[in-house]
Design a protein. Structure first.
Length: 208
């Protein structure tokens, strides 16, 4: 008796379930090194669903299938944009793909913004450190010029220097917080735009 062969092709129903699960799990948001772990969990969740007809599914297969669907959807969207046709029908699968594409783009922008904030934080810390060291050197030089043997200087001068350092750090922290707030507002604006776009696609899908 021959063993049943594994089904290679996905049905539209399976694709819809894949896309819905991708929107729920957001495996593309995972950090490097945890991506496949998330996709494996993603596949296990689908297989355990009574609506999913496949008896087995690996994380790699699920990832590859979703990627194939996304590439095809992007090509279709680009072609539609060139034709400037607004009468093309949108299925549930199309709507899910457009929503997933929008979320992935948002995720890329989030990661880029977080990376930029991290780089700017490091740069600000380095700048603050350089300034503090420069001020410390200037203070010690001033003390030597004034004939002070004690490198710590008088309590009053030490307190002034400490206050100056705290003020500098506070200023750098405020600059960074302002940048974070700007990034957060941009992210919220993108989400509002994406939501309106998805709502429009859903309306088109219902009309088709």
């Amino acid at each position: 008796m021959t063993e049943p062969t594994k089904r290679k092709y996905f049905s539209d129903e399976e694709d819809v379930l894949l896309l819905k699960q991708a929107l729920a799990d957001e495996p593309y948001r995972q950090e490097h090194g945890k991506v496949m772990e998330r996709w494996n969990s993603f596949a296990a969740t689908l297989v355990s669903s009574p609506d999913f007809t496949r008896k087995s599914l690996s994380g790699k297969t699920a990832q590859n299938r979703v990627n194939v669907l996304l590439v095809a959807a992007q090509k279709k969207n680009n072609a539609s944009a060139r034709l400037s046709s607004g009468t093309e029908a949108h299925t549930e699968k199309d709507v899910l793909l457009d929503e997933l594409l929008a979320k992935i783009e948002d995720s890329k922008l989030d990661k880029a913004a977080k990376k930029k904030i991290k780089e700017e934080t490091n740069a600000l810390n380095e700048s603050a450190g350089d300034t503090i060291r420069r001020l410390a050197v200037e203070r010690l030089k001033r003390q030597r010029d004034e004939g002070q043997d004690d490198a710590a200087g008088s309590p009053t001068r030490a307190n002034k220097f400490a206050k100056l350092v705290d003020l500098l750090r506070e200023q750098k922290e405020k600059e960074l917080e302002a940048r974070k707030q700007q990034w957060e507002q941009e992210r919220l604006d993108r989400q509002v735009t994406e939501k309106r776009f998805i709502q429009l696609l859903e309306i088109l899908a219902k009309r088709s």
